[in-house]
Design a protein around this ligand. Structure first.
Ligand code: ASP
Ligand code: MG
Length: 406
């Protein structure tokens, strides 16, 4: 008998038909003798629809009330799944995040889980129920409902799995696992049987949106192994685990790409201490995340500074940067959203030289211009023109022989 936490994402509970399909699967796992905690997302696009409804009330969207509203999506699918299970003679009980003991801070809309008190769900499991928990939500110290950021049901699942010391944490989704590249772009992309937390974290935050990055981080901290697999078939998925548990030796594990990328350049910024602080402080105050930064070599005590942000922040960033150009005494700026980011990820890069050079060579051979470069221990990213991004992903996939990875 195993204690299993299984999370089903929005596409797996998008209709009553789909809920019935996963209920059959859950019932089967239960009949095989397992104890089950099932975490669900809201049905299909429910969260987006609720956000749209909220916007229709007016311009002021109080985050406390937004969380109150958005949490209902997951409550709906949790109750519907429990009802479906009951109707299949599989006793189940659904719970909100707070009933399940998920305590968070009060940072509405992106609250962090502080602690899970699993007493209630443990006792329900003891009584033989399948426990269904509404994902994506917790309760603040003040007793208010919070939500955990978009995609937050993944984090709910990992936190619950850790607190009840589950034997397995399974994330059921609409893809077969984690791939060497987006299969819609590269037809030869292969499913990885294993990937390390670090690699997954890079891939998750680089736009290969299989799991919420924060959930991967959480799993890494508590060393909870995760299996990502499809809810629509029985194929084994991808295990996300500690790098040292992985066999074999591969340098590059995957090619990720991200279209949600916009570029700014500020020209002739005076070269003096405090300039970068001023620039990035102002953007941070607007809640705009800066990703890559390049400061060019100085000439005549002036620099050009270029950086990237998320494309959806572009409109908000333009007036901020425009103001800064004036206050900093720069000569002007340019910006655009016709760029995208391509990255190679692999834990093996740490011990192999020349990987970045191979990447640049592959892009050069394909005549793809690189606007910016950034690196970490296990990743190299390049900003390229958006209309060449698919070529870039394909050529890199080929260069690093990812179509042959085991
Ligand atoms: N329903 C929430 C969202 O769409 C949380 C989740 O699906 O994990 O972001
Ligand atoms: Mg998701």
């Amino acid at each position: 008998m195993s204690l299993i936490v299984a999370k089903f994402g929005g596409s797996s509970v998008a209709s009553l038909e789909k809920i019935k399909d996963i209920a059959r699967r859950i019932k089967q796992m239960k009949e095989e003798g397992n104890q089950l905690v099932v975490v669900v997302s809201a049905m299909g696009d429910t969260t987006d629809e609720l956000i749209e409804l909220a916007h229709a009330t007016g311009p002021n969207l109080c985050t406390r009330e937004m969380d109150m509203l958005l949490a209902t999506g997951e409550q709906q699918s949790a109750a519907l799944l429990a009802l479906t299970l009951y109707n299949m003679d599989c006793p189940a009980r659904s719970f909100t995040g707070w009933q399940a003991g998920i305590h968070s801070n009060s940072n509405y809309s992106k609250a962090k889980i502080d602690d899970v008190d699993a007493q209630r769900i443990s006792s329900e499991l003891e009584q033989g129920f399948v426990v269904v928990v509404a994902g994506f939500q917790g309760i603040s110290p003040e007793g208010d409902i919070t939500t955990l950021g978009r995609g937050g049901s993944d984090t709910s699942a990992v936190a619950l799995a850790d607190s009840i010391k589950a034997d397995r944490c399974m994330i059921f989704t609409d893809v077969d696992g984690v791939f060497t590249a987006d299969p819609r772009v590269v037809s030869e992309a292969r499913k990885l049987s294993m990937v390390s937390y670090g690699e997954m974290l890079e891939m998750a935050s680089l736009g290969a949106g299989v799991m919420q990055p924060r959930a991967v981080e959480y799993a890494m901290q508590c060393q909870m192994e995760i299996e990502v697999r499809s809810s629509f078939n029985q194929h084994p998925g991808t295990i996300i685990t500690e790098g040292k548990n992985m066999e074999g030796h591969r340098v590059v594990t995957g090619v990720a790409h991200d279209l949600n990328c916009a570029r700014f350049a500020i020209f002739d910024v005076p070269d003096r201490p405090g300039i970068a602080r001023e620039l990035f402080k102002q953007l941070a105050q607007e809640g705009i995340n800066v990703d890559m930064v390049i400061q060019s070599a100085m000439r005549d005590h002036r620099n050009d500074i270029a950086f990237t942000i998320e494309e959806n922040d572009l409109e908000r960033a333009i007036p901020v940067v425009d103001r800064l150009v004036k206050t900093l005494g720069a000569s002007g700026m340019s910006y655009g959203n016709s760029v995208a980011k391509v990255s190679i990820v692999g834990a093996g890069m740490q011990s192999n030289t020349g990987v970045a050079a191979d990447m640049f060579e592959a892009l050069a051979e394909e005549n793809i211009n690189i606007h910016m470069i950034s690196t970490s221990e296990i990743k190299v990213s390049c900003v390229v023109d958006e209309d060449r991004i698919q070529d870039a992903v394909r050529v890199l996939h080929k260069k690093f022989n990812l179509d042959r990875i085991e």
